[in-house]
Structures are given as structure tokens and as C-alpha cells.
Design a protein around this ligand. Structure first.
Ligand SMILES: *[C@@H]1O[C@H](CO)[C@@H](O)[C@H](O)[C@H]1NC(C)=O
Ligand SMILES: *[C@@H]1O[C@H](CO)[C@@H](O)[C@H](O)[C@H]1NC(C)=O
Ligand SMILES: *[C@@H]1O[C@H](CO)[C@@H](O)[C@H](O)[C@H]1NC(C)=O
Length: 380
């Protein structure tokens, strides 16, 4: 017998294989069956426990693919994970202008502040911002609009990592600057949890800790847009009568570009075409549209919601067309003492000495001294 078996080893092996193969398949099948049963038990338990209906679709969709879009509320309230979408401005603005009519959110919504950085490219003060945001995840979102030629990437440890939005060239004094700001707003509006929107630049710094700034903005009755009526040649002097009747000279305003607005005003800006067309056609240099378009249209549309002051301080004391840029040698405790001493404004119609929450312009050389002084002077 032994010899016979040994005669044709190929047959023996084949027989062995034939015997062992079904056994392996059986094992696999049993395992699969066990998994199926376990899965069903877990599903049924979950469904019973959480009273989820529509069993079939729930189970099916979770089997098909984890990457497939969710059919729950998530798909409407989860912020886009990739900011580099392929929408044109026209498509983006339309999408951003969609507004829910039911005011009460059917989920726990933690209102966030969108920090929108209008930059040329690099963020030399990024380490200071990293420290400012640390520990406040879930209460802010960041958006960066840079020149399209800037292809730099922020390190994965930075809060700016992956936060660049599709950008186009923006020139001071031209409509392309307002377009960039609207683009920032529209992208930020896609996250339904963003409630307040702050425009900043790479040379801005925060003057207080995140918590102070968050609560200051949250508790304010007004949006912070610098708005004033300047009767002189660089104010009303830039008004063009062709803008009437949409814009009357008595409504013509001037103001700083660095705003903080709430969701309602952000949508007003993104959806606007009435004033946009007038400003595009009739406010060209020497009418600097970025100094007039938002202050004027927001005054016409929602004057009672504006604080008429900006949250961002600039120093014009050195004269000239541009505000002072501070360098490393300027930064000292005394420097900040002077900034904080000069505060005098109204907050929710009451006198206040906390007025400017941000300041500009700070050169890259200020980073080291700022990081050094921030814990003591700025509170972070
Ligand atoms: C501008 O508005 C003022 C006050 O609302 C009004 O008296 C004036 O006639 C208006 N001017 C024009 C050109 O419409
Ligand atoms: C801001 O100015 C507008 C007029 O341009 C006024 O109606 C509004 O009350 C002002 N806001 C505050 C807080 O005073
Ligand atoms: C703040 O400004 C108001 C009005 O301009 C003035 O009456 C008040 O004295 C100022 N307060 C301080 C502390 O400078």
C-alpha cells in the first residue's frame, strides 16, 4: 500500500489538495457566516437601541463603501474637507448664498470665527498665530487667499496647513481686491458653523488671547466695519452721480478694509449684484473701490447692524499713503502699553477701553520679540 501510494506522488498530493481545499473554503465560509451573524446582531441591536428606521438602506450603505457620501444630515453640515474645489466664482457665490429658512439648527452648532487671511503668499508670523489658536480647535476656521503664483505649502504642524482657497490676483484699489474678499467670504460660508468672519492680512497680529477675542465678538450687538462719511475730496469727492439712484451721495461712505461681520452680512456681500455693478463701473482709481464698496453697501442695507469702527488698529502717525510698518526694534512692552492706553470707543453702546483686537502692520522681523513678549503682554 505504502509503495502504491508512493508510486504516484502527484495523485496523492492532488487527493490531499482536493480534500484540504474544501475544508479551507469551508473554514472561510464559516468565518464569513460568523461575521455576517455578528454584524447582523450588532446592527439589529444598534437599530433597536437607537431606534433607527430604514434598516435595509442603513446596512446596505455601510457595506457598499465607507467613502461614499453619507445620506444623513452630515453631508449638509460637515465642512468641506478639501478647500481646493473646482467651482468658478459664479458657482461658488451661488452655492454660498444658500440660506436655511428654519432658524433653529437641528444639531449642536458651536458657532465658529472664520479668520480670513488676504495675503501675498507666505505667512511670516505663522508661529505667533499657531500659538494664538492652540487649544481652541472647534471654535475657529482659517482661510488663506494668496497670489495664485504663490505655490508654497504650510507645514503640516501649522494651523494654515491645507487652508488655502482657490485664489486670483488682487490689486489694491481695484475691484479684484473686493473680489478676493468676497471669495474668502464665500468659501468660509460653505462651513455652516462659521458665524463671524474676520478679514486679516499676513502683517496683522492679535492683541488679546483667543478666548477674549471670541467672547468680545460673540457678545457684540454689532459687526465691526470701519465706516465714516468723509465730506472731503477723498471721501464724497470720489462719488460718481451715475451711481444714483442705487447709491445716493448722502449714503456714500469710506472705511478701512479690515472688517469683522456676521453671517447675515457676509451673505449680503456675497449675494450682491446691485451695488457691485455700480461700483465696478463707476468707482475706478482715483476712486479706490476697496475703501468704499463694503462700507457704502452695508450702510445702505444694514446701517443699524454696524459698529462703524474696525477691530484692527493701524498707525497712520508716520504720514504718507501707507500706514507704518513696525520692525523688530519697535517691539517692546512700552510699545504695547501705548497701544492699549489709547483705546477709547463704544462697545454695545457703552464706553469701553477694549477696542482694537488686532493690529497691523508687523514686519517678519517682529516675530521673535513678539513670541517672547506675547505671554506677558498679549495673554497667549
Ligand atoms: C439723496 O437722499 C436724500 C435724503 O434721503 C434726498 O433728499 C435726496 O433728494 C437724494 N438725492 C438724490 C440725487 O436722489
Ligand atoms: C453707524 O452709522 C449708521 C449711519 O451710517 C447709524 O445708523 C448706526 O446707528 C451707527 N451705529 C452705531 C452703533 O452707532
Ligand atoms: C473717550 O472719548 C470720549 C469722546 O470722544 C471722551 O469724552 C472721553 O473723555 C475719552 N476717554 C478717555 C479715557 O480718553
Amino acid at each position: 500500500m505504502a509503495l502504491e501510494e508512493g508510486k504516484d506522488p502527484a495523485v496523492t498530493t492532488r487527493q490531499n489538495q482536493a480534500k484540504s481545499l474544501p475544508f479551507g473554503v469551508l473554514q472561510l465560509f464559516a468565518l464569513f457566516l460568523a461575521l455576517c451573524i455578528a454584524f447582523s446582531v450588532v446592527s439589529i441591536y444598534t437599530i433597536r437601541h437607537f431606534r433607527i428606521y430604514g434598516v435595509v438602506t442603513t446596512v446596505k450603505s455601510s457595506i457598499v463603501s465607507c467613502e461614499e457620501e453619507s445620506n444623513g444630515l452630515d453631508r449638509w453640515i460637515k465642512p468641506p474637507s478639501n478647500l481646493l474645489h473646482k467651482m468658478s466664482d459664479k458657482e461658488l457665490f451661488w452655492r454660498a448664498s444658500l440660506v436655511p429658512r428654519i432658524k433653529e439648527y437641528p444639531f449642536q452648532r458651536v458657532p465658529k470665527v472664520a479668520f480670513m487671511f488676504l495675503t501675498k503668499g507666505p505667512m511670516p508670523l505663522a508661529p505667533l498665530w499657531d500659538r494664538f489658536f492652540k487649544g481652541h480647535e472647534g471654535f475657529y476656521s482659517i482661510y488663506v487667499h494668496s497670489l495664485p503664483s504663490f505655490d508654497g505649502k504650510f507645514p503640516s504642524t501649522s494651523v494654515f496647513h491645507g487652508r488655502q482657497i482657490p485664489s486670483q490676483v488682487a490689486e489694491w484699489g481695484k475691484m479684484s481686491m473686493c473680489d478676493a474678499e468676497r471669495r474668502l467670504l464665500a468659501n468660509a460660508l460653505l462651513d455652516i458653523s462659521n458665524e463671524w468672519f474676520i478679514l486679516l492680512s499676513e502683517s496683522c497680529i492679535p492683541l488679546y488671547s483667543f478666548s477674549v477675542i471670541y467672547h468680545y465678538i460673540k457678545k457684540s450687538k454689532y459687526s465691526f466695519v470701519g465706516v465714516f462719511d468723509d465730506p472731503g475730496p477723498v471721501g464724497r469727492g470720489r462719488y460718481n452721480e451715475n451711481m444714483a439712484p442705487e447709491v445716493n451721495i448722502t449714503q456714500w461712505r469710506k472705511g478701512s478694509q479690515w472688517f469683522e461681520i456676521d453671517r447675515k452680512l457676509a451673505i449680503k456681500i456675497v449675494e450682491d449684484s446691485t451695488y457691485y455693478l455700480k461700483f465696478e463701473e463707476f468707482c475706478k482709481p482715483a476712486c479706490y473701490v476697496d475703501e468704499h464698496y463694503f462700507p457704502t453697501m452695508l450702510t445702505i442695507e444694514a446701517a443699524d447692524l454696524l459698529a462703524n469702527r474696525s477691530l484692527t488698529s493701524v498707525d497712520w502717525s508716520r504720514g504718507g499713503a501707507h500706514p507704518a510698518t513696525f520692525g523688530g526694534a519697535d517691539i517692546s512692552e512700552d510699545f504695547f502699553k501705548r497701544i492699549f492706553e489709547n483705546q477709547n470707543c463704544t462697545y454695545n453702546d457703552q464706553p469701553s477701553t477694549t477696542c482694537d483686537l488686532f493690529a497691523r502692520k508687523f514686519a517678519p522681523s517682529t516675530l521673535e520679540p513678539l513670541l517672547h513678549l506675547a505671554p506677558k503682554v498679549l495673554g497667549f
